[in-house]
Every structure is written in C-alpha cells, then in structure tokens.
Design a protein around this ligand. Structure first.
Ligand code: 1PR
Length: 344
C-alpha cells in the first residue's frame, strides 16, 4: 500500500517514473472466489408442515412402514444457521412445485419472507416456475410467479422442468419467441436473476452413435460393459426422462438468457461419493455462464476436487450440512489450505 502511494507521489513529481508505476499496478490478475452454497429441498410433509427434506437419488421418503417424508429441520431456522456458518448463498428448492401451484403455497412464500429478514447472502428459490391456470380458471404467467418470489425476498429464481420444455422447443424451431419463462424473467429481472436447475441422470451406451446427444467416454466401463454415457434431462423431480441431454440443454438455456446453471446429478444425489466430475466438465466446457456443481458432496476433499478438476464457480451441498457431518467453515478452511480462493 505504502509502496503504491510513494510510486503515485513519485509519478506526480517526476512523470518519467510512470513505467515503474505501471509495473506496480500489474499484479496478479484477481479471480472470482469460489462459492459454497447450502441447499434446502423443501416440501410439505404428510401432516402438511413445510420441512427441509433430503433424498437419496431424489427419493425423499423413509424406507419404513410409514414411508414418511424425511424431516431434517425447519427451513427458516436452517437457512439462518447456514448463513451464520458462512454459506455464500442459500438455495430453497420447493421440490413439489411441479404439481402444487407455488402461489397457492403461501407457507413457502412465508419461509422466504422470514428468511430474508435475517439472511444477508443471495437467496435463490426454485420449484413450480411456469405458466399456470388455477382451479377457478385464473391464469398466472411464469413472470407473475417469479415476481411473487422476488417480492418475498428471493434474489434469484431457479427454473427446472419448464426450462427443459423451453430448450426442447428452441432446439426444434431455432426461434427465440421471447415467451419462455427464461426469456421473460431474464428480460425483466436480468440474467443474473435466472438460474436453470438441471436434473440429469446417467444413461450408458456402447457407442456415441447410439444417441443424438453428446456423450462422455467413461474411464471404467458402465454396468453392462458400456464405454460411453450421456446425461438425460428429467422433469418433475426426476420422474420423467426427456429427449434432451444436459449438454444440449445447457447451451440452449444460455442462449435463451439463463444467467447461471445449477447442475445436479440424480445418480450422485445423496450418495456422498463426490461430484460427477465428467458431467461438470462437460457442462462448464459447453457454456460461459457460471455453473454450480451439485449432488454427491460427502467430505471436504470433494469440494477441492471439483474446483481443481473443473471450472465450476460454486459447489452446493445439502445432506452433509443438514446432518451436521461437515460444517461449512471446514469446507472453506480446507479450500483455502488448498490454494482455492473463497469468500471469508
Ligand atoms: O421443476 O421447476 O418445479 O423445480 C423443481 C426443483 O426441485 C428442481 O430444481 C429440482 O432439482 C428439485 N427437486 C425436485 N425433486 C427433488 C427431489 O430430491 N426429489 N431436489 C428435487 C433436487 C437436488 C439438489 C440436492 C443436491 C445436493 N435436489 O438440490 O440438494 O443433489 O444433495 P447432496 O449434497 O445431499 O448430494 P421445477
């Protein structure tokens, strides 16, 4: 600091020292710090209370006779906890949003309102962002749904199923109609406010010619000796596979105006075995918008691995934070020890 100040003074008194000043200014280019995100999958349990839940490969029910929804805590409390633990962002996913109209889901809006009173990092919320006609025939546009989320405290909204339909239509027609949820919301609120959440699952093939979607060569053969895998996009919480790959979807939604991608992987979700590095590389290489790596974090080393092996901008985890297995601060400490810049 003192050196820079003296150089400035010298430059003022004696302009010939300008080149020296230039050298002082040209330090190491700064990089964006990597973000650590806590994700809360939220849904009503069987008694109608909104709870944070977490599944294994998207199955959020206990395997007991009662088969109840796993309850890992209260959304507002947990979000507050993660904020004080050092989360750089908090994401709420209303995981039954595809079938329950979110504006009818007032508790979810309340959760956002209460959370935003005490949580001062970006809040993202997803689930059910699409056009909708209610039982009385009243039509709500996706923009109205998103606006309600923003008014309730969200900084970003995340679109899952509807983004898949939008990408399919765009790839078929090559036309940007301006009518898709991605286009409408990013036009009004800006790209930075629109995240597309992808829920891909692995489908193994013997050769890339078997499918029209981008495949990845496997390092070890698949379950039936296959050498390639493609990542099929799903909708409605993984219930339905669609004829589009994660690679094709990512490129299409970037063109439509998405500002960020939340990249899940159904196979890795809740497994604690690490992120799907091949998938994350496939998508980070395909787009220039930030990609959040998600699904599979089980230890601090998984976070350093994903940042060292891919250019993901952020890593998101759910289960390890909810079960208090790994605190967010230990993740950040580990990243710093490994030379990976994080926000303090
Ligand atoms: O399709 O626009 O209504 O959005 C629904 C949203 O809900 C999507 O973003 C979709 O990912 C999410 N969702 C739907 N069903 C489930 C489910 O689990 N049954 N959750 C679900 C997806 C995945 C991650 C999870 C990570 C990290 N959750 O968000 O938090 O996999 O988990 P881990 O660290 O424990 O491995 P729409």
């Amino acid at each position: 600091m003192l050196e820079v100040g003296l150089a400035l003074l010298r430059n003022f008194l004696c302009p010939s020292t300008k080149s020296k000043l230039k050298r002082l200014e040209s330090g190491k280019a700064s990089r964006l710090a990597k973000r650590v995100i806590a994700c809360l999958d939220v849904r009503a349990n069987d008694s109608g209370d909104l709870v944070v839940t977490k599944g294994d490969q998207y199955d959020v029910r206990e395997h007991t006779d009662e088969n109840e929804v796993r309850n890992l805590g209260k959304p507002v409390e947990l979000a507050g906890q993660y904020y004080s633990d050092g989360a750089d962002e908090v994401t709420f996913l209303n995981i039954t949003g595809f079938r329950d109209f979110p504006l009818g889901d007032l508790p979810m809006l309340q959760v956002l309102r209460y959370t935003s009173e005490n949580v001062f990092v970006p809040l993202a919320v997803g689930g059910g962002i699409r056009d909708f006609t209610d039982a009385n025939g009243r039509y709500y546009s996706c923009l109205e749904v998103a606006s309600e989320y923003f008014r309730s405290g969200a900084d970003k909204i995340s679109i899952g199923s509807d983004a898949v339909y939008a990408a399919e239509t765009y790839l078929k027609t090559g036309v940007k109609t301006g009518q898709s949820s991605i286009e409408q919301i990013s036009t009004v609120y800006g790209k930075q406010a629109v995240v597309v959440s992808i829920d891909p699952r692995r489908l193994y093939v013997k050769s890339p010619e078997e499918v029209e979607f981008k495949t990845v060569k496997l390092r070890s053969p698949g379950p039936h000796g296959e050498y390639y895998v493609w990542y099929q996009c799903t909708i409605n919480g993984g219930r339905e596979g669609r004829p589009i790959g994660a690679y094709e979807l990512a490129k299409a939604v970037e063109e439509l105006g998405a500002g960020e991608i939340l990249l899940n992987c159904i196979d890795c979700d809740g497994q604690g075995q690490g992120f799907d590095i091949d998938l994350i590389r496939l998508i980070t290489d395909a787009v220039s918008i930030p990609v959040i790596a998600s699904s599979g974090a089980g230890a601090v080393e998984h976070f350093s691995e994903v940042f060292q092996k891919t250019s993901a901008s952020a890593a998101l985890a759910a289960g390890i934070f909810h079960r208090r297995e790994v605190p967010i601060l230990s993740v950040k400490k580990h990243l710093l020890e490994n030379g990976i810049e994080v926000r303090s």
